[in-house]
Design a protein around this ligand. Structure first.
Ligand code: ADP
Ligand code: MG
Length: 467
């Protein structure tokens, strides 16, 4: 059937148009008089609907008769926030007001003018995994002075996504203060209240990776269109986008589309918008359209209640003086606060040992000290390639393209500077080079650092990320 349709279509349009818009289509299924075709993207579907629907209709009617139906299946790359590849079924000429039922195409093929555009109710069935963590919800996000504004703004957004002036909602604050928790909580609450809305949580880092991948695979349009399908978009740690102009640009377009269509955007960042560096002005100004709410360091009372809550949930009891000791000494990071108490719980339950103040002191000391991150060669390669918006494989590749070579040399330079690895070992881990190459790279970087201002900036930016 499809073959005949294609022949008919081919006779009726320009060869170039046929090649672009019809050759990529795959027929998938024919059941009774409904033909399902697979198209590469939503954009593709929209284009077909806008430009070729009459032609498709005529062709289909010739083959399947007056009651012919057409179903589009949109295939997306499985990288966009999904574990599984997903397909989206959209019946032909399905605009707004879609009703969940089989569509019915009243094709009047004798009337090619189609003065009354036909609107067909049908199924719209998008499956996008929200990537939300149900363990991060409002119930266990304890309220205190330090988070009251952000928490209630989050609640307001959850009650009326897209319907408040808090769009975007930007939650900012230091490490371990609950940004990720709150971001999930908002999404979880929305899913609960509005199960039919498409919610997606994604870290800015992962978003960037997807974007880079889409550029590599030439599917940038699909990437954009995927994100434009979302009703509530939550992007965690947007400071990660700093200096990444390609990703910022694509996010800008997605943001505008969502915002214009009344969709909710929720962002988190470790800095207030005014302090964000290397983020384009036009994006920063968008961030300020909505509300920026800070998560501050929790006061003593809140820290106590977070600890008590954790103990209560785990069904563990602990002497008050221990709890107070922990709350007094860990002040600026709730993750560390939790880490310390979890460690104490483990000690007391596994070793069946009474938690003494002395033990608490040891644990707390460890937590306060251990927060420095270890720098590995893998980590260096990851940070450098992120910084230059490429992936690690590209950084390691054999190419001699200047910006890639520079990124590779910088990775070698930092590996030498921040790890104890030998030149040979650095070389073998960064794309199987020998020690002479690494030595040369280090010298080149030293030279460029003195002569090239832009290059100096790269080094400074990256050094900050490792220290
Ligand atoms: P951030 O994203 O700001 O670095 P997270 O959201 O990862 O911080 O929070 C760190 C830990 O602290 C998480 O385990 C989170 O559940 C917990 N936490 C943060 N804020 C609260 C709060 N108000 N009540 C209870 N737990 C909290
Ligand atoms: Mg976080």
């Amino acid at each position: 059937v499809w073959k005949n349709c294609m022949l008919f279509i081919q006779d009726n349009i320009q060869p170039q148009a046929f090649k672009t818009w019809f050759e990529p289509i795959k027929p998938v299924k024919l059941s009774e008089n409904a033909l399902s075709i697979q198209v590469p993207s939503k954009f593709f579907y929209e284009w077909l609907e806008e430009h070729y629907v009459k032609l498709l209709k005529v062709a289909l009617t010739k083959e399947l008769g007056e009651s012919a139906k057409l179903v589009y299946i949109i295939r997306m790359e499985n990288t966009y926030g999904n574990k599984e590849p997903f397909t989206e079924k959209i019946p032909s000429s399905n605009r707004e007001n879609m009703v969940p039922q089989e569509m019915d195409v009243p094709i009047k093929s004798k009337n090619p003018e189609l003065r009354n555009p036909f609107v067909i109710p049908g199924i719209r069935n998008i499956k996008i995994e929200s990537q939300l963590n149900p363990n991060y919800n409002f119930d266990n996000f304890l309220e205190g002075d330090s988070n009251r504004l952000a928490r209630s703004a989050g609640m307001a957004v959850a009650n009326k996504p897209g319907g408040t002036s808090f769009n975007p909602l930007l939650v900012f604050g230091g490490v371990g203060l609950g940004k990720t928790h709150l971001a999930h909580a908002i999404g979880v609450e929305i899913k609960d209240k509005y199960p039919e809305r498409t919610v997606l949580y994604i870290s800015a880092e992962k978003f960037t990776q997807q974007y880079i991948e889409s550029v590599k695979k030439n599917t940038r349009n699909d990437f954009i269109h995927f994100y434009q399908l979302i009703d509530v978009l939550i992007i965690d740690d947007v400071q990660f986008l700093s200096g990444k102009s390609g990703t910022q640009d694509v996010f800008f377009h997605i943001f505008n589309h969502l915002h214009q269509n009344g969709k909710q955007v929720i962002l988190t960042s470790d800095k207030a918008p005014v302090d964000m560096q290397d983020i384009e002005q036009r994006l920063l100004s968008r961030f300020k359209w909505g509300l920026s709410a800070e998560l501050q360091t929790p006061d003593y009372e809140t820290r106590i209640s977070i600890l008590n809550n954790k103990l209560y949930r785990d069904g563990v009891e602990m002497p008050e003086e221990i709890i107070e000791y922990v709350a007094k000494h860990i002040k600026t990071n709730i993750r560390e606060l939790e880490g310390a108490i979890i460690s104490l719980i483990a000690q007391s339950t596994l070793n069946k040992r009474e938690v003494t103040l002395e033990l608490a002191q040891q644990v707390v000391e460890k937590f306060v000290k251990n927060t420095k991150r270890e720098v590995s060669i893998d980590y260096i390669q990851k940070v450098v390639s992120d910084y230059f918006e490429m992936d690690v494989a590209t950084l390691q590749s054999k190419t001699r393209k200047r910006h890639i070579v520079q990124a590779r040399q910088l990775a070698m330079f930092f590996a030498k500077k921040f790890t104890k690895a030998s030149l040979a070992s650095i070389g073998s881990q960064i794309g199987k080079r020998d020690h002479a190459t690494v030595l040369h790279a280090c010298k080149t970087v030293d030279n460029l650092a003195e002569t090239d201002k832009q290059f100096r900036k790269y080094i400074d930016d990256l050094t900050k990320k490792f220290s």
